[in-house]
Design a protein around this ligand. Sequence first.
Ligand code: HEC
Length: 183
Amino acid sequence: MLVQGSGRGRLLGIVTACCVLVAGIGGLEAGTGADDGGEAPAISDSQIAFGKTVYQTRASCIVCHGWSGNGDAAERAAAPGLSLRETVLTRDQLIEVVKCGRPGTNMPYHDSFAYTDDRCYGVTAAELGDQMPTRTIASTLQRREIEAVVDYLIARVVGRGEITLAECEEFWEPGARACAEYQ
Ligand code: HEC
């Protein structure tokens, strides 16, 4: 009985491993036909680093959302943003908000053609009237920059709980004055 059982177990194991392998290859093949957006692809370190420069300097998201994305920016120049750490938006939705801003709020748009046609929420500037979000005061962004900043958020910000010293020093530098409060 025992011998038979473990024999079956081994066979099952081999069959399972084989199927997992096949499923894995199938998944890879499906993944290479990547459509625009959808599930987050594997993100490289250089893509994350590029996204961080968009967040920190190029688009100045940091001014309103803070370095940690918790919306409680010490450098707060505008209304504090929602916490990006706690966002429940999908990758596509994050891309859309960065592209189009959010009507009726201080979240600016970053696509230079936003609201000139129906690319943003299906509405134009004329239809939005005074609900029209402002254009970013930094430079507008290309699609790849928007994707990079969103992938940076997904990799380093979304879903993070309490801010830690390690996270702060990773963003700034080891021993940074800005991180003293997390010691
Ligand atoms: C002028 C201040 C300001 C700047 C600059 C800014 N944001 Fe925002 N952002 C806001 C505010 C305010 C909200 C909240 C809008 C609301 O009430 O729904 C917000 C909301 C968001 C949201 C939606 C979060 C959610 O869960 O609904 C995302 C994502 C976001 N911002 C990302 C960014 C990124 C990335 C940048 C830089 C490319 C950026 N923001 C620049 C003020 C700003």
